[in-house]
Design a protein around this ligand. Structure first.
Ligand SMILES: Cc1cc2nc3c(=O)[nH]c(=O)nc-3n(C[C@H](O)[C@H](O)[C@H](O)COP(=O)(O)OP(=O)(O)OC[C@H]3O[C@@H](n4cnc5c(N)ncnc54)[C@H](O)[C@@H]3O)c2cc1C
Length: 432
């Protein structure tokens, strides 16, 4: 019998479990470990609460968790409760699927002023991540700015722009809904260092902005190259750029505005004791398509600044780490130690991108584990004994179902669930 430990229960962890299960069948036991008693990583804590159809991918992961050879072991933090070296003693292979939960920094003066937050914090706050339950972002001013030109920046801007009524059917947590209901924000500026052709925004997410109840996207047609220049763009990007061009024709007649400010590079953040404005340098594209400062600066008012410029993985002791992710070659970090998903590749791609990634690493494991290593390791039994000796009480998949049922039972009308936002509340449901 082979024993595999997958650290992290997000998409990458689950696709890898699915692939290993297919490859080994009854000859393997696969444990998916997570620091929380609730699985699915960014499907729960990242994907926007008003995009419920995307969150439905977790049904596929449920099937994996319910299959005979797979177990979910929650409430265990690798690197704190148990080390990677200890896991390697207990399991035939260890696969790190820990994602990339930390915001990259802008690296400019003023970034630490109150009111400047990263998208992981803001997104975690409205999605019920326990680390950010007390974030309380300041929505009492009229201007906010979101730095970044990807889908996460769009999510943050859209959440700030929506009315309470538009969150019907979503699982946005109650504290965020209440705060956003009282929001005074009327202008949300979306800052990008480069132009419309360099965005990383997809058509579905952009298209939504044209149909919001109380907000309208505003764009300067002068930021676009001639329309013929769209022709060679990859089809998805071309569609996004066409949508952006269409925003220039929309009537600016709603109370809230989402201003696209392209060729705008933040150079410092200013304010008396809290953020009041971002100083931005106008840029142009150089020969290689990179942003080059022009020396011209201007100010963008903002009492809330959200940076959405990428993420990095948490280092784990004794695992080589560089450039925000684990050092790996095709997913292999060292003998019997692998990485998948954002911990392997960095924060790029969609949920689905993690599937081939997980399957590729499962194939590698199959090819690389020596056949003459008979796999006499203990797996979960040894892990549970070790955790017990340290006073750590792991949770299982049934525990998660109890938490989920309780969340569903306390949902407001029309919402699929009201999430608990604190670790201790999950444990309370389990009587701990
Ligand atoms: C704000 C946001 C919105 C997104 N929206 C979309 C979208 O609409 N559509 C789309 O296709 N993609 C979207 N994505 C991308 C998608 O979420 C990622 O591709 C995917 O979640 C990456 O999967 P992962 O398994 O590598 O990491 P994660 O989903 O982050 O999972 C990592 C897991 O590891 C656990 N973990 C971390 N460290 C430890 C540790 N030390 N011990 C134990 N467990 C640990 C975490 O608790 C977590 O459960 C979005 C991403 C973000 C940030």
């Amino acid at each position: 019998m082979r024993h595999f430990a997958i650290v992290g229960s997000g998409p990458a962890g689950f696709y890898t479990a699915e692939a290993l299960e297919k490859a080994y069948g009854e000859a393997a036991r696969i444990d998916i470990l997570d620091r929380y008693p609730v699985p699915y990583g960014l499907i729960r804590f990242g994907v926007a609460p008003d995009h419920q159809s995307l969150k439905a991918v977790s049904k596929r992961y449920d099937k994996v968790a319910e299959s005979a050879g797979v177990d979910f072991i929650g409430n265990v933090t690798i690197g704190r409760d148990v080390s990677v070296a200890e896991l390697l003693d207990l399991y035939d292979a260890v696969i790190l699927a820990t994602g990339a939960p930390h915001d990259r920094k802008l690296g400019i003066p003023g970034e630490d002023l109150p009111g400047v937050i990263g998208s992981a914090e803001f997104v975690g706050w409205y999605n019920g991540h326990p680390e950010f339950a007390d974030l309380d972002p300041f929505v009492g001013g009229s201007h906010a700015a979101v730095v970044g030109n990807g889908n996460v920046a769009l999510d943050c801007a859209r959440i700030l722009a929506k009315t309470c009524h538009e969150f019907e059917g979503s699982d946005i947590v109650g504290h965020a809904l209440d705060a956003l209901d009282g929001s005074a924000i009327r202008t949300i500026t979306i800052l990008g260092r480069r132009g419309p052709h360099q965005i990383a925004m997809t058509p579905k997410e952009l298209g939504e902005l044209g149909h919001l109840e109380a907000a309208v996207p505003v764009i300067d047609p002068a930021d676009f190259p001639p329309v013929e220049a769209d022709e060679p763009l990859e089809p998805g990007l071309r569609k996004s750029v066409t949508l952006l061009r269409g925003f220039a024709d929309l009537a600016d007649d709603k109370p809230k505005r989402m201003m696209f400010d392209f060729f705008a590079k933040p150079v410092r953040i200013e304010g008396e004791g809290k953020v009041e404005r971002i100083v931005v340098e106008r840029t142009e594209l150089d020969e290689k398509g990179a942003a080059r400062g022009t020396g011209e600066t201007y100010e963008v008012p903002a009492s809330l600044v959200i940076t959405a410029i990428g993420y990095s993985t948490s280092p784990i002791e004794e695992v080589p780490f560089e450039g925000g992710k684990f050092v790996n070659e095709g997913g292999r970090i060292a003998d019997r130690l692998y990485a998948v998903g954002w911990a392997r590749r960095g924060p790029t791609g969609t949920i689905g991108t993690n599937r081939p990634d997980g399957y590729e690493v499962a194939d590698r494991i199959l090819a690389e584990l020596p056949a003459d290593d008979t796999g006499e390791r203990e797996g979960a039994a040894g892990l549970k004994r070790l955790l017990e000796s340290r006073g750590v009480m792991p949770t299982d998949y049934d525990d998660w179902r109890r938490i989920e049922e309780t969340e569903v039972s306390r949902a407001r009308p029309g919402s699929p669930r009201e999430k608990f936002v604190r670790h201790e509340d999950w444990l309370k449901v389990l009587g701990r």
